[in-house]
Design a protein around this ligand. Structure first.
Ligand code: APR
Ligand code: PHB
Length: 389
């Protein structure tokens, strides 16, 4: 098969990129290792910045997000005693929209056939070749046969564990990484949220987050030690711990219910540079990871593919190859700022095993300062709502 752009991975990055290219009449094919059902089974953060909602609107794919998503004017930080509201609407004039990543992925997947975006699911053994030549290609196997796709460019949107980043020669690349000594235990339950806005809590016992998927479905998290076992956390223990960490005021509003899903995810900050080599470009989690504090992962994938699609469109329309050469630098400038915000919010809100009493006092002083300073709240709000493209 021959196409203009071969995309590896049908997560949010690959799907959005495919749609942005198709909207300009550029041919794109996505090869995805998993099945469509598997991709839709993943539960991930869904706080959309305006840059992300605008992208969906531009594609004419924002209808369900506007109908079912929850626009939020603010969120809360708490030290377990008082709630500090960050009024993002008043401080920035913008909102975020809470809309599950699963729903967004479904909207993009369902619209693909009608827009000529070809997605090949269950493509095994994807391998990339000749990415630094003018004729890159990839191979995969499906149904017991092997297949080949020749393309003008290959876009690696295959997440942290995919093959695309590994196809970049080590000699031209550098990676930067920070691992955090804890994970997030998440619980999804069909109960109404305890607050109409998100609450990020820093309690002495560790971090907790009250989030939601809809008016009837809640998503909560508690910080747990790295290597903690899910078996140690029956539902009741999670609800008890949330009630303590979120504080009495919030606990009084919290409805408990059976878990629809429970999982533990590690936290990582990671950036890979550069994001282009020859005719291979990376976007989304294949090039960078943020800890979930601040919900930047999906929004960064969206800003990457915004820059990348612009560069590819300029290449195909105007023969302008400088745009492609400049993609990595442009995308990384925004990525590093989101990395910084996610790292700072993670440090502010979690209990680190080597924290001593002084470190704890520093966190509390930080929160107290934020509570009393509009300037400090504005810094948080403008990062949370999303920096300009
Ligand atoms: N071959 C083909 N596809 C692959 C391969 C492979 N070898 N390896 C991984 N993939 C697919 C995965 O199955 C997945 O569907 O690539 C996709 C990558 O999707 P995500 O991990 O969601 O990454 P991305 O699209 O960059 O989204 C970034 O969304 O999933 C969240 O945490 C993520 O918030 C972040 C944002
Ligand atoms: C979530 O709802 O899953 C969520 C929300 C905000 C975050 C992280 C996760 O910062």
């Amino acid at each position: 098969m021959k196409t203009q752009i071969a995309i590896v991975g049908a997560g949010p990055a690959g799907l959005l990129l495919g749609h942005l290219l198709r909207a300009e009449g550029i041919d794109a094919v996505i090869v995805e290792r998993a099945s469509a059902d598997y991709v839709l089974g993943r539960i991930r953060a869904g706080v959309l910045e305006r840059t992300t909602t605008r992208l969906l609107d531009r594609l004419g794919l924002g209808a369900r997000m506007h109908a079912e998503g929850l626009p939020h004017d603010g969120f809360h930080l708490t030290d377990g005693e008082r709630l500090i509201r960050i009024d993002i609407a008043a401080l920035t004039g913008r909102q975020v929209v809470v809309y599950g990543q699963t729903e967004l992925t479904r909207d993009l997947m369902e619209a693909a056939p009608g827009r000529g975006l070809h997605i090949i699911y269950e493509a095994a053994d994807v391998a990339l070749f000749d990415v630094d030549s003018d004729a890159p290609y990839l191979t995969y196997s499906k149904g017991g046969r092997s297949h080949r796709i020749d393309a003008a460019f290959i876009c690696g949107c295959d997440g942290f564990h995919g093959p695309s980043r590994k196809a970049m020669p080590a000699a031209v690349a550098a990676s930067f990484e920070k691992l955090y000594p804890f994970g997030w235990l998440g619980i999804l339950s069909d109960v109404p949220p305890c607050n109409h806005e998100l609450i990020y809590a820093n309690h002495e016992r560790g971090f907790a987050l009250a989030s939601m998927r809809s008016a009837t479905r809640s998503r909560y998290y508690v910080q747990v030690p790295l290597n903690e076992k899910l078996d140690n956390w029956p539902d009741d223990r999670i609800w008890d711990e949330l009630a303590i960490r979120l504080g009495p005021e919030t606990a009084a509003q919290m409805t408990r219910g059976p878990a629809l899903e429970k999982s533990i995810a590690p936290l990582r900050s990671f950036v890979f540079e550069p994001m282009r080599h020859g005719r291979l470009m990376l976007a989304g989690d294949s090039a960078h990871i943020v800890p979930p504090t601040g919900a930047k992962g999906l929004n960064l994938a969206a800003s990457d593919v915004h820059y990348l699609s612009e560069a590819l469109i300029r290449h195909f329309r105007h023969g302008d190859s400088d745009a492609i050469a400049g993609y990595s630098k442009k995308a990384l400038a925004r990525i590093w700022k989101s990395e910084r915000f996610s790292w700072q919010l993670t440090r502010l809100m979690h209990r680190f095993p080597d924290n001593d009493a002084f470190d704890r006092r520093m966190q509390l002083a930080d929160l107290d300062y934020i509570a009393s300073s509009v300037a400090a709240q504005t810094v948080i709000a403008e990062n949370y709502v999303g920096l300009p493209l």
